[in-house]
Structure formats: structure tokens, C-alpha cells
Design a protein around this ligand. Structure first.
Ligand code: URA
Length: 195
């Protein structure tokens, strides 16, 4: 069943399913163009995101903003969210059970936005949506198509801040995304709704 944005956000704000919510300041559902053709999915909110209730507004977010700009978009033209909507303590990686309990929200977001292309930022997004043993170093830059949606796994911006030598590969991945967006522009078929 397709829910409305209002009921989805209400459900996210009320959720206490996995316990991450016990130590947070704010839920971070995600933001951007709710009709975007291009979506970015990260791991989970960090400290800045937790304080502001907005995805990707800290240091990694600033780099993501630059990456999006380099692709010819603004943040308002894409949709940005995370696998988990609550900050894990000490910014640890969300565990698979936490990711799984938050996943229905993400699936509903995808169903509502109906993007054509999703950029998976980092291993957690790729492991949650593609395969639990996904290796980002080996498998970034390879398209996966799921129900008409094109998924591109690439490095998380925080990983690029830690190791600048990965930026070249990440830019290559994003160029593939730009080419795919152009290719899909010509198609009349609208967005698709599942991952
Ligand atoms: N890292 C993420 O994965 N998501 C955010 O929103 C911020 C940092």
C-alpha cells in the first residue's frame, strides 16, 4: 500500500522499533525534491544531522553538496536520505537489525519519490539494499538495476574525506550517473517505485 508523505513522516517520527531513537535529539527522515529523478542514500545521521533534523548537513554533507553541484544539480533538485533515520551512538555503523527495521521507511520513500537513479553512498547503503557482503572498494561503479531503478554504489563522502585518493574513482562513478540521467531523459517512461 502506498502511504502519503504526511503519514510516512508521522510514522517515522513516532517509531521506536529499534531503540536507536532513545539517544537522539531529532529524527532525520530526509529531504529534497519529492519528485526527484535522482536520489542519494547514505548510512545514518551524524551529530550535526541529529541536531538539525536534516540529512547530510555536516562535513560529509558539505562534500556531498559539492559532488551534487559538480554533477550539475542543486540539493533541492535531488532527494537525500539515509538507511536509518536516527543517529547511532558515537556514529557507529547501524547494525543489520537496525537497518532492517528502518528499511520499510526507505522503501516507502522510494515508492513515493519514484527516482530513476539512486546513488548508494557507502557500504552500509549497498549492503542493506544490494547484498550483505557487498565490498564497496571492489564493487563501486557497477550498475545494479532493480525493478526499473538504476542503483550506483559509490564511496561515502566521509570515506572521501578520510582518503582523498578515492575521489578520482568516486568522480568516475558520478560521471556514470550523469550519463545515465542523460540517457533516461529521452525516455517518456516515468519513475519506478521499488528497490
Ligand atoms: N553520513 C550519513 O551517512 N548521512 C548523513 O546524513 C550524514 C553523514
Amino acid at each position: 500500500m502506498q502511504v502519503s508523505w504526511q503519514s510516512l513522516y508521522d510514522e517515522i517520527y513516532a517509531c521506536e522499533k529499534c531503540g536507536l531513537c532513545r539517544q537522539i535529539h531529532n529524527k532525520v527522515p530526509g529531504q529534497g525534491d519529492i519528485h526527484a529523478k535522482l536520489m542519494f542514500i547514505g548510512e545514518g545521521p551524524g551529530g550535526d544531522e541529529d541536531l538539525q533534523g536534516l540529512a547530510f548537513v555536516g562535513a560529509a554533507g558539505q562534500l556531498l553538496t559539492k559532488m551534487i553541484a559538480a554533477m550539475g544539480y542543486t540539493r533541492d533538485e535531488v532527494y537525500i536520505c539515509n538507511i536509518v533515520k536516527c543517529r547511532p551512538p558515537y556514529n557507529r555503523t547501524p547494525d543489520p537489525a537496525e537497518a532492517a527495521s528502518c528499511l520499510p521507511f526507505l522503501r516507502q520513500q522510494v515508492a513515493l519519490v519514484r527516482p530513476r537513479v539512486i546513488v548508494l553512498l557507502g557500504a552500509t547503503a549497498a549492503r542493506t539494499l544490494l547484498r550483505e557482503d557487498f565490498r564497496i572498494t571492489r564493487e563501486h561503479g557497477i550498475w545494479v538495476e532493480k525493478k526499473g531503478v538504476w542503483l550506483m554504489p559509490t564511496y561515502h563522502p566521509a570515506a572521501l574525506l578520510r582518503d582523498e585518493s578515492k575521489k578520482r574513482d568516486a568522480w568516475h562513478d558520478l560521471q556514470l550517473v550523469m550519463a545515465k540521467m542523460k540517457e533516461l531523459e529521452g525516455e517518456t517512461d516515468g519513475g519506478h517505485d521499488g528497490v
